[in-house]
Design a binder for this molecule. Sequence first.
Ligand code: FEO
Ligand code: CA
Ligand code: CA
Length: 530
Amino acid sequence: MNNISRRSFLEFLGVSSTAIFANPYISAKNLTPLFISKLKAIPPSELDELALTDGLSYEVLIKWKESFSKKTKFGFNNDYIAFVPLDKKNPNDGLLWVNHEYVDPRFVSQFMGDDVSLKTKKQVEKEMYNVGGSILRVNKVDGKWQVVKNDPFNRRITGKTEIPFNWSEPIMGKKSAMGTLANCSGGITPWGTILTCEENYDMFYGERNYKTGERILSSYDMGWYLQYDNPPEHYGWVVEVDPKTGKAQKHVALGRCAHECATIKELEDGRLVVYSGDDSVNQFLYKFISSKPGSLSEGTLYVANTMMGKWISLNYDEQPVLQKLFKDQTDVLIRLRKAAKYLGATPLDRPEDIEINPANGDVLVALTNNSTVGNYLGSIMKVAEKDGQHDALEFKAENFLAGGEETNFACPDNLAFDPKGNLWITSDISGSQMNREDKPFYLPYKNNSLFVVPKDGEHAGKPIRVANAPTHAEFTGPFFSPDGKTLFLSVQHPGEYSYSMNELSSHWPDGGTKIPKPAVVAIYGVDEIV
Ligand code: FEO
Ligand code: CA
Ligand code: CA
């Protein structure tokens, strides 16, 4: 089968002779299917452009600040994307959910300094508007996706939207929180709602020092607590949003940490398993197993000991060590990192996105990097649950793909499987580290990129670089349309490490001397190249 992928070859065998001659990728001369050579790697690049391999093209679907109904504007630093069809029979019409993770105050609120005490309430409110998520009606017209402006489904969830906790007890005396923020990656439920994950929440309201009760500030402090005295405990949750109504809730049972994503597997009996990584150096991998079908509030949260291959229960009633150190289950869930550490969880190299391989049930976890243990290039870990059962309490963890010269990628972050079972990977080399002579580990990889790892064919199992991001940007939120023809992709934080507003490192997507803008793009041709 040398140069022909199994799938391509079967497709080739399946078509009639007239179809063969009508196919532009098949030469009438020798009947060799030429499309198998369409998957070409592109070289790394330092250019300020979104570059694509042959056969792919893109269009900006929506960018920061763009109005999509009278009172809604698209937020900043878009990340996770999910497409929910309105009618399962029509893959070309639906709702797009897009996360807005954080803001660059220079662009969003025109706050330029470091002293956040000088930031006005108006500036804080501008920033609050620009995080959370957007819900957009999108449809495909004449082969191109477009946002349906002023559609009744269009709405924003922001840093000020009141969101209740799904929990029997109040959190810091309240049954709801002001807004959602730090919305990084996420997941989609079997019933078509969105899970949006609050990752680096401490940027906005800090974190609690549980010995003194004081607020500890992040090194990237936005200072919102100076205008709104919201408790840090109201953030760091997995938030469920119904894209049809905008109704949201914070799921306390899934615990509180820098949740990167929440990836759901529905078991045969309707119970749910939710995997989530805490994206911080030497933090942990979690999974929640519901005790009732369809419940994200009743069940047990576990943390992974990857050395022993065991899921450890974080249930207060089952763990005497937790009973000594914590008040109750709510306290355990709020101070999740501490509880997990006491129970012997294995520190990991920044667990980010998680996807389940549809072909074999393997759970893939992107481990971006961890300079504290000398792992600069990251890897993807494979978790094989015992007997392939996602509610098993034992598993085997092993390396799946390691960043480096052999695989040609560094710092894996988001993962996505296309409908054919190929794996797509985005990289996240920090803009502070890329393309710098004093950071030699990252030099060969240049700007961040998008890779595909083909399931079959001559490149099977090998990451192939198919897109390069503009300067200082990161590709995030890869999500395929139901027919697999379009890849929706976020271009986050272009120009983030610009030296000043007069010396911008990126002008993407508008070009010229324009300021850079995070945007969602639709990439076409993804089903043709692999
Ligand atoms: Fe927001 Fe871990 O990336
Ligand atoms: Ca991420
Ligand atoms: Ca990231």
